[in-house]
Design a binder for this molecule. Structure first.
Ligand code: NAP
Length: 337
């Protein structure tokens, strides 16, 4: 089965199906190398966020590549740039300013996709109802920036089904009052034009065979929201023979002991090869294969699962995300009001 290289979003914008994540990479020289080699290998989507604190360095890397023509013929239009709103910048004005800052840092006139990184607001308690108010205001700012073409597509990240339904099923008049930046406010002070509500074009969330979240995927598909998976390799813990300790990020981060890779992944690989190569389901990887080939094969299978989840021959892997054994490797927004 072939997998798409490009997804067409509900507004017609084309987004590469695979991208380069840049979380934790800040050093300019490292980014220069990573981005150049990724682009040389065919990557066209670069995913950053204001909390990654590397937008300016990414902007520098791209500027150098274009100016020095390091990849002949490559222009800004060939790159799909994603950035995200930090939880501290939730709310209309702060969000509007944050996007303006991202544009300046990345040294671009437009950003291809801007996501609300997290449904909550920094320093608010998870059950605080102000979280919902703030993220709706942020969304209004993103809609306005989308309408003036500073953002080619807008979306959300880490939203649960409840957060997403609140946004999509909001009453139309929830957009009033209009803000000074609002592109639909008339210059004469006459009654403003009706605003155009935008349904998120993309939802980026953690997704792999250990955390399928099918109802969320189905809801997105129903509303023509493109699902974009992150941590497709379980932050490497699904492909590593010696899973690293979970990083201590903040209180939202999953710091519970993780089951690691070995409990399911060798079985997964055997099943996969048995299916594809029609060999015995009891075929074993040799010790050498376990060490050298396993991470590579597991990574390939996991990326392909992400690209064709729901397809017939990947259905066996869907079953690994049974509710009792769901494993989240990154942060959990379930309790954000
Ligand atoms: N929206 C959000 O809240 C959110 C959250 C998390 C991530 N993201 C985005 O998604 C990107 C990826 O996230 P992630 O790091 O969690 O992704 P991941 O793809 O699950 O894990 C990446 C790690 O897997 C390992 N790896 C990659 N290819 C491999 C291969 N062929 N064989 C063996 N190991 C391999 C590497 O580990 P080593 O470095 O040890 O080699 C790499 O650091 C981030 O950079 C960010 O852009 C977004």
């Amino acid at each position: 089965m072939s997998v798409p290289k490009i997804y067409t979003l509900s507004n017609g914008v084309q987004m590469p199906s695979v991208g380069l994540g840049t979380y934790r990479v800040r050093d300019q020289a490292t980014l220069d190398t990573c981005i150049l080699e990724a682009l040389r290998s065919g990557y066209r989507l670069i995913d950053t966020a204001t909390v990654y604190k590397n937008e300016a360095a990414i902007g520098n890397s791209l500027k150098r590549i274009f100016e020095q023509n390091l990849i002949p013929g490559l222009t800004r239009q060939d790159i799909f740039l994603t950035s995200k709103l930090a939880p501290k910048d939730q709310g209309y004005d702060a969000c509007y300013q944050a996007v303006t800052d991202s544009l300046r840092n990345l040294q671009v006139d437009y950003i291809d996709l801007y996501l609300i990184h997290w449904p909550g607001t920094a320093k608010l308690k998870l059950p605080d109802p102000q979280n919902a108010i703030n993220r709706m205001e942020s969304w209004r700012a993103l809609e306005d920036l989308y309408h003036v073409k500073k953002l080619r597509a807008i979306g959300v990240s880490n939203y649960t089904l409840t957060h997403l339904a609140q946004l999509i099923e909001r009453p139309h008049n929830s957009h009033a009052p209009h803000h000074p930046h609002d592109s639909t406010t008339t210059a004469t002070g006459a009654a403003p034009l009706a605003r155009t509500m935008v349904i998120p074009h993309v939802h980026q969330f953690e997704m792999h065979p250990r955390l399928f979240q099918k109802p969320l995927v189905d809801y997105c598909q129903h509303h023509r929201i493109q699902v974009q998976a992150y941590s497709s390799l379980g932050e490497s813990r699904l492909v590593s023979l010696t899973p690293p300790l979970p990083p201590a990020m903040d209180s939202n981060y999953n710091t519970a002991p993780l089951p690691g890779a070995l409990d399911i992944m060798p079985g997964l690989i055997r099943k996969y090869f048995a299916h594809v190569m029609r060999t015995s389901t009891t075929a074993q990887l040799s010790p050498e294969e376990e060490t050298e080939e396993y991470p590579k094969r597991a990574a390939q299978i996991l990326l392909r699962w992400g690209l064709q989840h729901g397809a017939v021959d990947m259905a066996a892997l869907d079953a690994y995300s049974v509710d009792s054994e769901r494993t989240r490797y990154c942060w959990d927004s379930t309790e954000v009001c």
